[in-house]
Structure formats: C-alpha cells, structure tokens
Design a protein around this ligand. Structure first.
Ligand code: G4P
Length: 530
C-alpha cells in the first residue's frame, strides 16, 4: 500500500503540443535522452524517416506515424516516472489532441520563437486553455533570430486569456544568443553551440550588479538590456503563483533551444517541481481519488491496425486510481461485463513492452476485440465508477462517400464503422432514401484524406467522395419531433447518426436561425450526448 502511494506520487503525466516544426519531436527526444529511455538522438520515430518522403500519402503516414508509434512514452528521471503523451501537430486532428489532453494532468506547448502562435496552433492551444489544465510553455529555437520575448508573451496572454511567468529570460537571440538568465536561482546559463548533445551545462551564478563579470560573459550591450528586462519583469510582470499555475491561469515560460539541448534540463527540473502528481477525476458527482487503491481507468484513444502484420486494435486508457494488475479481472461499465485486459502494454520510444502492473497516472494500451469506445470506464466490479464521457466535436466538413467497387460492401462497411469507432470520423445517413452513400462528418479536411487512404490500404476499398457544402450540424432534441414535417430552407438536410438520432445539416448559421424561428418549440443541440 505504502508502495502504491509512493508510485502514484512520483507519476507525472503530460501532453506535448505544438505546431508542426516548432520542435516537439526534438524536445521529446532530448527529454527521453535525459531519462536514458533512448540512447541517441534520432530514435524518436515518425519524423526523420518520413521527412524526405515526397508523396502526400507519405505525408499522411507521417502524421499518423507521429501520433501512433510514439503516442505515449514513459521514462524515469530523478526519481519521477514520467508519461509523455504525444499529440498530432495538425489542427485537423485537434479532436485527437483534445482527447489526449483529457488523459493528461498538464500540457507542454512548444513554440517557435520566430513564429509565435501560428494560425494552426491557435485552435489547439485554445482547446488546452478550455480544459483549464496547467500549461507550461517552451519557446524554442532561440539560437535563431526570434521575436521579442515581450511580444511572444503578450501574444500568449492575449490569445489564451492566461497570465505568463518567464522562469528564465533569453539574453539575445540568433547569432547573438548568449544564454538565459534563471530568475529563480539568479544564474546565467551560458549558451554555446558546443553544448549540442551534452546533457549537463554548468550554470554560472551571477550578480546582476557585477559589471566586470557580465561584460565578460555577455558584453556591455546585452548586459544593459538584461538588467532593464529583469527589473521590468520583477516590477511589472506577473507574480509567481503556484495555485494559478495548477489552475491553468498562469503559464510558466521557458526559453531555450531543443536542438542544442539548451535550457532543456532547466525546463525539465522546474516542470517536474511545478506540475502535479496525478489529479482526481470526476465520476458523476463524486471524486475519484488517484490514491484510492481500487483500480479505475477510462479509454481516451482507440487505434486500429497499428501494426499491419497483426491487424490489431489497441485501446489506450488512462489509469485514474489505484494499481493495474495484469492477472486481475476488471469490469467494463459500458459493456456491463467482467473481463481480463489482454496484452496490456506500455510504449517506450519505439518499443512496446507487455507490462504486469501500472499505477494511476500511467497510460496503458490493451488489445481491443472491438468492445471499447472512447470515453468508456474500466474499474473493479466491487467499486463501480463511471467517468464523464469525452464530448465529440461538431464536424464542420461533410462528404458523401460510396465505394467504387460494388463487390466490396462488407469491407467498406467494416472499415467505415471501425474508423468511426476510433473517433476519427462521424458517420450519418439519409433516412428512407435507400441510397447507399454514407455521409461522413469531420473536423478537418485531412481526416477525409486519411479516411480515403486507410480504406484503401487497410481494407482494400476505393471510394468516391463528394464533398457537401454543409458546415454546421445540430442534433434535434426530443424523440417526438418529425423532421420531415419541419419547415426548413431547401438547403438544409435531415440525416441520422449511427444511433438513429435525428440531426440537421446546415450550410450557414442563418439557416439555423430560420429553422428555430419557423418551428416554434424546436430545440437544437450543438453536441450529441453520448
Ligand atoms: P515538430 O516535431 O514540432 O514538427 O518539430 P521537429 O522537432 O521535427 O523540428 C523541426 C525542425 O526544427 C527540425 O529541422 C529540427 O532540427 C529543428 N529544430 C528543433 N529545435 C531547434 C532549435 O532549438 N534550433 C534550431 N535552429 N532548429 C531546431 P529540420 O531541418 O526540419 O529537420 P532535421 O533534418 O534537422 O531533423
């Protein structure tokens, strides 16, 4: 028991998010190097090999590659057991990112110092802010020309409505980059390109009033700038407030260069100190304490066909309380059945290992014979809990798809159903038309391309896609409404989801207003209740 408590206390589980190319893979790799989880740079899969691929399809695979092979990684550092959850960088997969955030206790966002918050990143980061989880910011590529650190922080504050607190402060940037000033310790961490790959950088303690020492280290000009900056930050910047960090209201900001392994250790140590051990979760009105010895977990991701040779399907679950044991029977709330979780595994860099036990905070992947859905709860029969479901995003792009080969009906239906179960697409159909088309709704257009690609490569089905002009979806509230009797504009379409619930697809917001105005009593919902 004491062991269990200690094990849970030392867990740190976070999601890493960024715009593609900001340096997420590089930073992850450096973190893993610290933990000794990998031996050399270039081991984090998905990137280097796929980078030089020319075709778009390979690009898609790269997208998948990142989120699959390295989707969860565990490593040890300084007595902590750290779980990193990777997220796909592209905004079209922001729903995936949202689900992953549900499984994390904090998020690290990586920003390119030259670019700041890029349009594509905006949505991802907003999602993060929506969850109110602690956000730590790593501003990367300071060895290149970067925007003013004030600008970058102001942008973060304005975009996300949260405060920022620079833990360290850059001294110059690009060819002039001299290092960072650690505000907490009053030390300068001097930068030199030689640090590349070296894991330990000795910081120099420095008194900001020591003219000679500063002149020698960073030169007179940067000395003056640094002094002014620190004075301004101390006087006019936000106060450090750990509670605000934990509530997601204040983001500690770190500057560095992941490629040069500069500022990474400083980041890691402070991050581990400031972030939280596994947090409690809600089950209805009650709170599930991670230290409660009875096991509970929820599924946040399902991934089929990770390994083409095995045609497997893995459900990833976040353990919310207690200890998981491989030989024990658990209870699947939504299925109403006891079961043994088959082939429980954890991923480490590009390896998978079967595990015998895991603790609250950990992520495990289990073989899924097709019984799990996203949001499902697994717990002990004696102590039933049910975690809140994970809301689905309202799709914004709709496409009618049909198979080109009439013989392949079974594969087509299986493929579509499985991919929908993974939460990658939502499927609808037009009632009573007898048309064999399936209407697919997605959040981003890349998801449609992935669908087409996966149906072909994993199920051997070619499809024809006809993009529809709808952009808004609303579920009709109440079973007594007769959708075919509603007064709607001619470009509004009535469809049903796979549970037979009625929805309306609209081309523009004006048509939604029309529907509500012309049909008194009609109630529409933006999200479906699972
Ligand atoms: P991502 O996962 O967020 O998409 O980014 P990734 O780490 O792959 O980094 C994108 C590019 O930025 C890579 O260069 C990487 O080497 C570079 N990079 C990452 N961190 C830094 C940094 O601190 N400073 C500088 N100057 N560059 C950095 P690439 O040329 O696209 O690929 P590669 O051939 O170097 O791997």
């Amino acid at each position: 028991m004491a062991d269990m408590k200690k094990e849970i206390e030392r867990r740190r589980t976070f999601a890493i998010i960024s715009h593609p190319d900001a340096g997420k893979t590089t930073l992850t790799e450096k973190l893993l190097l610290y933990g000794g989880a990998i031996q050399q740079a270039g081991s984090v899969k998905g990137k280097a090999t796929a980078r030089h691929a020319v075709s778009d399809w390979m690009e898609l695979e790269k997208q998948r590659g990142i989120s699959i092979t390295s989707s969860v990684m565990q490593f040890e550092y300084d007595g902590y057991c750290i779980n990193i959850l990777d997220t796909p960088g592209h905004q079209d997969f922001s729903e995936d990112t949202y689900r992953t955030l549900m499984a994390a206790d904090s998020a690290v966002m990586v920003i390119d110092g030259a670019k700041g918050i890029e349009p594509q990143t905006r949505k991802l980061f907003k999602i993060c802010a929506m969850r109110n989880i602690p956000i730590f910011t790593f501003i990367n590529k300071m060895d290149r020309e970067a925007r003013s650190p004030y600008d970058l922080m102001e942008e973060l504050e304005n975009e996300f409505g949260i405060g920022t607190y620079p833990m360290n402060w850059p001294i110059g940037c690009g060819s002039d980059f001299k290092g960072v000033y650690d505000r907490n310790k009053g030390e300068i961490l001097a930068f030199s390109e030689r640090h590349r790959g070296a894991s330990k950088i000795q910081a120099t303690e420095i008194d900001l009033n020591d003219d000679a020492a500063l002149d020698e280290m960073i030169g007179e000009k940067l000395k003056n700038v640094l002094r002014d900056d620190i004075e301004l930050l101390d006087m006019a910047g936000n106060e450090f407030d750990l509670q605000a960090v934990h509530n997601g209201k204040l983001s500690p900001v770190f500057f560095g260069s992941a490629l040069n392994n500069f500022g990474v250790e400083l980041f890691l140590e402070n991050f581990l100190r400031l972030t939280t051990a596994p947090l409690p979760r809600l089950s209805g009105d009650s709170i599930v304490d991670p230290f409660d010895p009875t096991f509970s977990a929820f599924v946040f991701k399902i991934q089929a066909n990770m390994n083409k040779a095995h045609r497997d399907r893995i459900a990833f679950m976040r353990i919310c309380s207690g200890k998981f044991q491989r030989d024990k029977e658990y209870f699947h709330m939504q299925g109403g059945k006891s079961l043994r979780l088959a082939q429980p595994q954890q991923l480490m860099a590009d390896d998978r290992a079967i595990i015998d036990e895991a603790y609250a905070g950990d992520i495990i992947g289990v073989f899924d014979p097709g019984i799990f859905s996203i949001g499902d709860t697994i717990c002990e029969r004696s102590n039933k809990v049910q975690f809140e479901g994970i809301p689905t995003f309202a799709p914004e792009i709709f496409s009618a798809i049909e198979r080109t080969d009439t013989m392949k009906r079974k594969q087509f239906e299986k493929g579509i159903a499985q991919i929908a179960q993974e939460g990658a697409i939502q499927i609808f159909h037009e009632p009573y038309t007898g048309v064999e088309e399936v209407i697919v709704g997605v959040v981003g257009v890349l998801q449609l391309e992935v669908l087409e690609y996966r149906l072909k490569t994993e199920y051997g089905v070619d499809i024809r896609r006809r993009d529809l002009g709808y952009e808004h979806v609303r579920w009709i509230v109440g079973d007594d409404v007769k959708p075919d009797e509603l007064n709607l504009t001619s470009d509004t379409k009535w469809v049903q989801d796979f549970k037979g619930r009625n929805l309306l697809l609209f081309t523009n917001p004006w048509n939604i207003t029309w529907a509500l105005d012309k049909n008194p009593g009609l109630e529409l919902m933006e999200f479906s209740k699972n």
